[in-house]
Write a protein that binds this ligand. Sequence first.
Ligand code: AMP
Length: 193
Amino acid sequence: MFNLILFGPPGCGKGTQSTNILTTYQLNHISTGDLLRDEVSRQTTLGLEAKKFMDNGLLVPDEVVIGMIGSKIDGNRDARGFIFDGFPRTTAQAEALDNLLKEKNAAINTVLSLEVPEEELVRRLVSRGITSGRSDDTEEVIAKRIKEYFAKTEPVAGYYHSFQKLVRVPGNGSIEETFAILKKEIEKHISPA
Ligand code: AMP
């Protein structure tokens, strides 16, 4: 099993690059943002609770997201591997993920961190907001999401660096240029499917 984390701030291109990666390497995609938005649109109890945090640009509590990830991994036992997008976002989530994978005799193989200057992140998110219809792609909430990233999520890079799993990748080129760099890193571990 090959397990990859696509890491980086909101707007760094995780979602776009995940789509490229999962079709080329046939990995299962787990995006906690997508899972949460699905819960919100179905107005489940979890979704209604999560929405309060999401609309304010804050992280949803760890136990909520960790529970969702656990059931996703269990439901895809035959997967070639997983690409984690937007998860883990705290060190507690990273530790929980390690434990969940250990139970399956698996581990995170590599963490690819997309590095994009902050002004470019804001520019991308504001322009996405015009078409995405996402309630958290407004200038005010974007600023809070980026602040939350640097306070709680950036330290997760240090966690993976301590296990020699972190690879920093420039993410401000074109989609194709960035994908080419990611491919080179991924093919140190697996070949296209
Ligand atoms: P995203 O689509 O990854 O930008 O996530 C949108 C929002 O969902 C975030 O701003 C958080 O409120 C919430 N969210 C997504 N993933 C996580 C996570 N791993 N931990 C906590 N909150 C999350």
